[in-house]
Design a protein around this ligand. Sequence first.
Ligand code: ATP
Ligand code: MG
Ligand code: MG
Ligand code: MG
Length: 475
Amino acid sequence: MRTSEIAKRFLDYFQGQGHLVQPSASLISPDPSILFTIAGMVPFIPYLMGEQTPPSPRMASNQKCVRTLDIDEVGKTTRHGTFFQMLGNFSFGDYFKEEAIHYAWTLLTTPQSEGGYGFDPEKLWVTTYTDDEEARSIWRNEGFDPEHMQVFGMEDNFWTTGGPGPGGPCSEIYVDRGSQFGKDGGPAADDNRFIEIWNLVFESFQVDNVKSPTDLHIAGELEHKNIDTGAGLERLAYLLQGKQNIYETDEVFPVIQAAGKISGHEYGQDEEADVRLRVVADHVRSALMIMSDGVRPSNVGRGYVLRRLLRRTVRSMRMLGVDEPVLPLLFPVSKEAMAPSYPELNSTFREVSEAAYGEEDAFRRTLVKGTTILDMAVSKAKAAQDSTVSGEDAFTLHDTYGFPIELTLEMAQEQGVKVDEAKFRELMQEQKSRARADALQKRHNVDLSVYDDMKKELTQPIEFLGYTDFTSRSR
Ligand code: ATP
Ligand code: MG
Ligand code: MG
Ligand code: MG
């Protein structure tokens, strides 16, 4: 089953259950407090919060998402992309837990010949939130095996956007890939073997002051109880296509193949090279999709995320041994793989690809400049009979010339010298702390130290005299 067919089945099923199907919103989050659209619910926040009336109390979508939070997982786990598509069904004060659980269970277990996904019920597991006995009893009434149910706390089973907004307890559905992929014991024991595919969120609270997943404040109940679900399309695809991870699915794998061919690394031969090929395929697709929604490389916000994705692609290809421009070879492949689902890519491609290739050229010039500086640092290290490039030089290369440490390490190694990586990390850490202190200062926007003297003088508690004393004083 192709990825597009899996999406179609989802939307058809929910349309059949009275849901209005909504096209994907832009990756540029319609909610200004979030940089990118991180979940299917983002465009629907005003409906969930009761601030706007939805066109239908039941809706469904296949939403383009970007999660930069997951960037370090890409290529290493089987299930994290920076770009992915989230299928979802939503109820705005209409149905609640019982129907949401029933719909998900039905679609997952209905045979493929009858329009479902045909998962073996024996392979499915669910998790619920500690306090949510109601959800557990609904799952049991659906006939779900109680031995395949696990209970988790706030961190895993209470969903929020990570900021103020709607939130609530959730129930997550997992697929067991089999004992060859890890330990027994359900999702609690092994997240490589047990893959989370679908999160059913029972959105009923207004959440604010989110410091961490377990440290947040519930401001009150929402006007009505809502359902917000999110199923990872690429995760369903890799499981249903019998692949090992999301990067091997039909919309992503062509780029792995192209990158493998260009670099002479056959995919599946060497784990380190495979991770790089997967990073390349993921980042090329994310960059393409982000740019198609209008973002261009820059040094701030979304543009900076995009710049990092493009540079990491170029860098990863260099690590695979390719020095020539790579984006002109990879972007068209990703476009061809994605355009059947997103025909607008055909009309945006010319402009998008030109901007991407321009960015690669600029980065290549950076690399050239950095290489000269690195060569000088290497000569210095050799002349001083010290075979180590200093942490300061590595830091300058990173900070001024945008030269990633991995590249410095590899190129230094080629020339037979080491790099003082510990010192480099220390300098990076110092810079990070400075940036954090700066950001804090800026966030508060005012310099509160001007009140310090006043605070010292005011040692007595202040009594409010406004109502009794105001007229006499102003006289
Ligand atoms: P995980 O625990 O695996 O990181 P999550 O709990 O962060 O996933 P949710 O926020 O519940 O994910 O999002 C709903 C669904 O979207 C998940 O069940 C999963 O199928 C999918 N999903 C989430 N993050 C990604 C990602 N980075 N790449 C691909 N699919 C994802
Ligand atoms: Mg996650
Ligand atoms: Mg999870
Ligand atoms: Mg989840």
